[in-house]
Design a protein around this ligand. Structure first.
Ligand SMILES: *[C@@H]1O[C@H](CO)[C@@H](O)[C@H](O)[C@H]1NC(C)=O
Ligand SMILES: *[C@@H]1O[C@H](CO)[C@@H](O)[C@H](O)[C@H]1NC(C)=O
Length: 374
């Protein structure tokens, strides 16, 4: 958006909106992008400056490049800090995992949860009682089945998040029921910046791996050719892992029957071919970024989506999985969208959302990682 968009709004409103917008990192990022876009757009003003002044402007730009390099260092330290704090979160995530997979039964005290004050109140006490009775009933049923831990915890999370459920195929679901934990591991100090998502599975009939991994390599370095575009670390490429499918369980493959006509004889025969099948598990065989960085359009689209998903799992899903399981985190995200709506009133908004590969109301740009736009 441009300042022009604010002009038609009364001053007080403008001020409020501006404050609101400046507090929203997503909008700040968008604004930055627009400003970047102004780079080199001939306003005529700069050209009209006396030579001696233009010369000094160049000096300022050189200072700006130096700033970008210091900023890169700043983000490296942020990464260090994140690693340090990851170690503090880990025992809690481990306990979460233990509860989910029934390795640990939480105590009564640990299970006490005070419901939201707003939610209680009168709405209808009766209904509540009925609900309670019903729940009691269901509980008895459950006790017969004796569920272990929290069944289908991660599968439910996947289903609740559009970004992930879009990848999910029906045949993936029975497999993801065996997913017991997702962990984020950061690269060691002194190593090139990266993070790995570890998907931990219980023993299952589909593959023999206990863990599937996906590693995202990042770069926190201003691009020499375009230093002013630097805006923190970017994901540059990713690598998956080999899945050791048991025979006949490879859901990323399907066999199709094809009719083949013999050119000379005109006879028709049916051949079976194996072709790739849609599946979440293709996530573990992402397209490779070749040395020269050239990618075909399809791979580019796959990778752009992949980076976004990897980033989202790391930034949002793993830290607050339970809220995606219950759906609470998803409602929060809707609130964010409302703020965004304000500042895109000028009719361009649709094009903007679609054209901006970073745009996703559910992804709050983090301090530390940006999704590399290929
Ligand atoms: C391929 O995908 C289809 C539906 O998308 C699914 O029904 C089928 O089970 C898959 N094939 C294999 C071999 O898993
Ligand atoms: C499973 O299918 C993928 C293609 O989608 C293939 O690359 C891989 O080798 C297959 N794995 C096994 C064990 O058959």
């Amino acid at each position: 958006f441009t300042s022009k968009m604010l002009r038609d709004v009364p001053a007080e409103k403008t001020r409020q909106l501006t404050v609101q917008m400046m507090q929203n990192p997503q909008i700040l990022a968008a604004l930055q992008e627009r400003l970047d876009g102004l780079n080199g757009s001939p306003s005529g003003y700069i050209e009209s400056l006396p030579k001696v002044v233009k010369r000094r402007v160049n000096a300022l730009k050189n200072l700006q490049v130096k700033c970008a390099h210091i900023e890169a260092k700043f983000y490296e330290e942020v990464h260090e800090l994140e690693r340090k704090y990851a170690a503090l979160y880990q025992p809690l995530f481990d306990k979460r995992s233990d509860i989910v997979k029934a390795a640990y039964e939480p105590t009564d005290e640990e299970c006490e949860w005070k419901a939201d004050e707003e939610e209680e109140l009168t709405v209808s006490k009766q209904e509540e009682m009925k609900e309670k009775a019903k729940l009691e009933e269901e509980k008895k049923d459950e006790e017969k089945e004796d569920p272990k831990g929290i069944p289908e915890f991660w599968l439910t999370v996947f289903k609740n998040v559009d970004l992930l459920s879009d990848m999910l195929q029906e045949h993936d679901e029975p497999i993801l029921k065996h997913l017991q934990d997702i962990k984020v591991k950061f690269s060691d100090p002194g190593q090139p910046m990266s993070f790995t998502l570890e998907f931990h599975f219980e023993p299952n009939e589909f593959f023999t791996n206990a863990m599937l991994t996906k590693t995202y390599k990042m770069r926190s370095e201003p691009d020499e050719n375009d230093p002013f575009s630097f805006d923190g670390p970017e994901i540059m490429c990713c690598t998956g892992c080999t899945i050791d499918w048991t025979k006949g369980k490879n859901v990323t493959l399907k066999t199709i029957k094809k009719k083949q006509k013999h050119k000379g004889r005109g006879t028709v025969r049916t051949v079976t071919k194996t072709v790739p099948n849609d599946s979440f598990f293709n996530f573990f065989t992402p397209p490779e970024v070749p040395e020269n960085g050239e990618l075909d359009e399809d791979s580019e689209a796959v990778l752009a989506a992949d980076f976004e998903i990897g980033h989202f799992i790391r930034e949002r899903i793993v830290p607050r999985a339970v809220l995606y399981f219950t759906g609470e985190a998803i409602e929060d995200d809707d609130d964010d969208t409302e703020v965004t709506v304000y500042c895109v009133q000028e009719g361009e908004e649709e094009a903007d959302e679609e054209n901006d590969p970073d745009y996703d109301p559910k992804v709050r740009p983090s301090l530390t990682t940006h999704i590399h736009t290929l």
